[in-house]
Design a protein around this ligand. Structure first.
Ligand code: SF4
Length: 317
């Protein structure tokens, strides 16, 4: 079995809205990520998936809980260990244009990472930039250009090259394909899969719908209102979703076969996503759950492994 690279234990990230109110963006979430795998993290906007990613990489501090990377507590690191963590763990963002400095050439953007390795020779530095551009499917001539000269898909490739420049082992990709045309999304996903194989990378791939994460994830976690609802292997999740929320998300994905599509039942969720400042008592999904019962309002469902490698938080199990 692969080694645990990252352990998230009871992670909480709350934000103060004012003196009296607290927004529970991530509320007691636990999961592991194994070396070389892709864990997809999905849920509607405001479910806490991006805050989880940003707390893992220390962009935010924790309110409670622990993040352990390679045996070390991420939020207690300092000095050399912190430097090493900053190199090994990289992030790719949703909007590649906003995350690339418009006044820097592509060579300088990518070389920022190379500089950490202390490569002094400008020839070696440029060779490495060219190598990285080729790795992500661009070419040498792109090195002297500026971000605005590229398409969205190419800019995401530049973002990936920048992340790879420091030889990371773990990449958090926060909705990396959501802003791209559908035709380009598959290209970026295929590139990420290829790089993962070649460089033994581990990914946390954050997306807002299950259709997007299907082709890249080994396992998928589904979040709702700051909590993890279900987590299991991708195939299991698609074939046998247990949580009513996962079932509703999957029923919204169109099936290409018109006969099957016409016959199948859609689960339309009623109502809006409740406020994270004042979440429902008991199960946070109960106000929209089509099969909720009295106990769902009274008691929080436990996060438990209901069958091998299949975790769910729901009173039905
Ligand atoms: Fe629905 Fe109750 Fe399960 Fe929550 S615990 S998902 S409300 S059945």
């Amino acid at each position: 079995m692969a080694k645990k690279l990252l352990e998230v234990k009871g992670l909480k990230k709350y934000f103060d809205v004012d003196k009296k109110q607290v927004l529970k963006a991530v509320d007691d979430v636990s999961f592991d990520i194994y070396e070389g795998e892709t864990l997809g993290l999905v849920g509607e906007s405001g479910c806490g998936k991006s805050t989880t990613g940003r707390t893992l990489i220390r962009l935010y501090g924790t309110t409670d809980g622990q993040v352990i990377f390679d045996g070390e507590d991420v939020h207690k690191m300092s000095g050399k260990k912190q430097k090493m963590f900053n190199r090994k763990v990289q992030m790719i963002f949703q909007d590649p244009y906003a995350s690339l400095n418009p006044r820097m050439t592509v060579a300088d953007i990518i070389a920022e990472g190379i500089d950490i390795h202390g490569i002094k020779s400008s020839k070696k530095r440029l060779d490495r930039v060219h190598e990285l551009l080729e790795t992500v499917g661009l070419n040498k001539e792109h090195a002297t250009r500026f971000p605005h000269e590229f398409s969205g898909g190419q800019r995401q490739r530049i973002g990936i090259a920048r992340a790879l420049a420091v030889d990371p082992t773990f990449i958090i990709a926060d909705e990396p394909i959501s802003a791209l045309d559908v035709s380009v999304q598959a290209q970026v996903v295929n590139l990420m899969k290829k790089l993962q194989k070649e460089q033994n990378l581990t990914y946390l791939f954050i997306a807002h719908d299950l259709a997007m994460v299907k082709h890249i994830s080994d396992r998928i976690g589904v979040m709702y209102l700051g909590k993890m609802m279900e987590l299991t292997e991708s195939e299991k999740l698609y074939e046998n979703p247990l949580h009513p929320y996962t079932q509703s998300l999957l029923s919204a994905i169109p099936i290409p076969d018109p006969d099957i599509e016409a016959k199948r039942e859609r689960i339309i969720l009623q109502g809006e996503v409740p406020s994270q400042i004042n979440p429902p008592s008991g199960c946070v999904f109960r106000t929209r759950c089509p099969v909720a019962t009295d106990i769902c309002a009274e008691k929080k469902p436990e996060w438990k492994e209901v069958e091998e490698k299949h975790f769910v938080a729901c009173h039905l199990y």
